[in-house]
Design a binder for this molecule. Sequence first.
Ligand code: SP5
Ligand code: ZN
Length: 337
Amino acid sequence: MKMPCLFHPEQLLFKPVYEWAFGDKIDHPETTARAENILGALRANPDLFAIEAPKTRPLGALRDSHSYNLLTLYNTARQLPDGETFYPSVFPREGNVKGDPTTLKQAGCFCFDSGTPLSNRTFDAAAWSAACAYEGAKLVKRGAKCVYALSRPPGHHASREFFGGYSYFNNTAIAARYLKRTGTVAIIDIDFHHGNGTQSMFYRDDRVLSISIHGDPREFYPFYSGFPTETGAGKGEGYNLNFPLPAKTSFAEWMQIFEQNVLPAVRHFSPEFLILAAGFDTYIKDPIGDFTFQTKDYETVGAHVKALDLPTLVVQEGGYYTPDLGANVVSLLRGLA
Ligand code: SP5
Ligand code: ZN
């Protein structure tokens, strides 16, 4: 049985070219080459992986998980000329500002950083990226053991009303929202960065256990969330877990937290479904992350996740050392297969 892998070519139409990082203009890390490198690595293993395109964009699910204003703003961006990008760079500090999502200049009302541009293709690429996770969730619900959604652009920083962190629609959260209709869901987010958007979407939810293991927010993006004190609220109290780790954390140190805290929490919750929000910016050569994983380590992670013996959807998140990204993805999926 080959592992289903989901990807749609229209995901490649959105091409951010640069971002402002602490005042410097840098090449944008979230390139189309990332997805192309992953596709190449999947195609090189035709005995293991079956690549298919999602058939439709899940417009209803996008509306269920995200605000009307956010969708309207992406629609407004479709008026941009080809090849042009808009970077929000002015953000309101007052919480009660009502932005106008039909005016691109007010995009800062719906965004939280200046590294996440809009273009006339943002909506289509991000909607197809979400479609991969959504159709992947459907396959898992229908009985697939493990499915990989090659979601790009990524999603785990996007909340109901805000985009940022290269994320427009929260692909992982959209899949979790679908799966939780028929059972409880655990999300393990292993991206280098805290999954702040995913956390916010299930913060008051006791049907979705949201766990993130990431670089300490005192030092790393997104800086203001991902602390261990954020444990959920209301009936969701206790269903959100954060494990921040210091710069230069080794795989052995990471694995110790994973085995002693993350996996036992999932086993205790005993969900019907598992979603692995899989970022590879923990890789030693990653230009943004600061951990020291090697390619073979992802296979070890995959094998430990497989041992949970849960129907599993893997959703692609970050990972910016493009030459080795596909190899790292295949390593993880080999462990899960
Ligand atoms: C999905 C995901 O992984 N999003 C990450 C967004 C991180 N954005 C902030 C990047 C800051 C770049 N700093 C460059 C430092 C180079 N040493
Ligand atoms: Zn990341």
